[in-house]
Design a protein around this ligand. Structure first.
Ligand code: FAD
Length: 317
């Protein structure tokens, strides 16, 4: 079923989560084990992230280094189909601009359609870690909005080449990303909301937010979106911190702020076990408040670990 219909059908806040494909060489069972711990909380759908290849530098035979392309986490499409088949829960594979030209994107969408997958979360992909800039593949999309448009065209049966008279129309429900603390590359909040609205106007049915630790940021973001004329559901994304390093790492990687109250509490922890427990407690409080505000769903970023998410879900749902 399409995520938007799942959301429309539900009268209470739903539980959903995001998984990463396993590192190359690992078994799919590791993912099933994570899901097994969460199925009892009735996930409405499960997202699977997409990871493009990255450049790493390895020693060359002449004593220098050479750039090598590696893909650490392939398998998004296969994993999505395997999860949907095994658990009969709808999956939402992520589809990114980076690393794809439009023909490859079209082929990927055809694969998903043939596998009976009706949902995609459309995102641009991260900027290059070294240059800090995002460069699309030649013939690919620069912004997520362009990828939303391509999916929506396919939903109308418009392929890149002229095919037969009435080509198959796909039926993808498209979600997109939103940033309560603005996207790190955006010059300001207003500009970011304007570009978010363009994604919705292009056909996105709902928005999933970047992780945040202060609910007031989410509530303000929703208000700004509504004022800008964005009417679709806005699903908050929650991630429990689990190690001390997160308080410096997460702001750097995701451009989010950690409230001083949480920073101080983490600084007082003597072990990562204490940080882990604190992260669970903070996320439970966040999720309870979001649920009482009647948000459509709460989307948990698992980062491949589900024990803490299971504890949060059992306290909240
Ligand atoms: P866009 O919507 O294209 O926006 C990128 C930037 O460009 C923003 O600053 C925006 O304001 C600006 N912009 C947009 N349109 C225009 C325009 N027309 N002109 C000028 N500026 C414009 N990354 C992955 O690699 N794989 C994943 O699976 C993945 N999943 C994610 C899931 C969620 C819920 C979130 C929040 C992020 C995810 N990401 C993932 C990270 C995402 O790829 C990055 O945050 C990326 O930097 C931006 O993606 P976007 O879709 O928001 O980009």
């Amino acid at each position: 079923m399409k995520v938007i219909n799942i959301l429309k059908k539900s009268k209470s806040t739903l539980f959903s989560f995001e998984l990463l494909p396993p590192l190359k060489g690992h078994n799919i069972q590791t993912i099933f084990d994570s899901i097994d711990k969460l199925v009892e909380f009735n996930p409405a759908y499960i997202n699977i992230t997409y990871h493009k290849e990255e450049v790493v530098y390895r020693p060359d035979p002449f004593g220098g280094v050479e750039p090598v392309k590696v893909r650490r986490r392939p398998g998004t499409v296969g994993l999505s189909a395997a999860i949907q088949q095994r658990y009969k829960i709808d999956v939402v594979p992520h589809l990114i601009c980076g690393g794809f030209d439009t023909h490859e994107t079209e082929d990927a969408l055809i694969d998903l359609d043939f596998l009976g997958i009706q949902n995609v979360l459309v995102v641009r992909g991260d900027a290059d870690k070294i240059t800090g800039k995002f460069e699309p593949k030649r013939g690919g999309h620069r912004y997520a909005v362009d990828l939303v448009r391509q999916v929506e065209k396919l939903n109308k049966g418009i392929y890149l080449e002229n095919l037969m008279e009435t080509p198959k129309q796909t039926e993808f429900c498209v979600g997109v990303a939103g940033y309560p603390e603005k996207h790190p590359e955006s010059p300001n909040f207003e500009s970011d909301i304007k570009h978010l609205k363009a994604k919705v106007d292009a056909g996105a049915s709902y928005i999933v937010t970047q992780l945040f630790f202060d609910n007031s940021k989410y509530f303000k973001f929703v208000e700004s979106c509504r004022n800008a004329g964005i009417k679709v559901p806005i699903i908050p994304g929650v991630k429990p911190i689990s190690i001390k390093e997160h308080i410096s790492l997460l702001p750097k990687v995701f451009g989010v702020q950690i409230p001083q109250e949480l920073v101080s509490a983490v600084e007082k922890c003597e072990t990562n076990r204490e940080v882990y427990e604190l992260g669970i407690e903070w996320a439970i409080n966040q999720a309870k408040e979001l649920k009482s505000a009647n948000v459509p769903a709460i989307h948990f970023y698992t980062m491949g670990k589900s024990n803490n998410i299971a504890r949060i879900a059992s306290a909240v749902f």
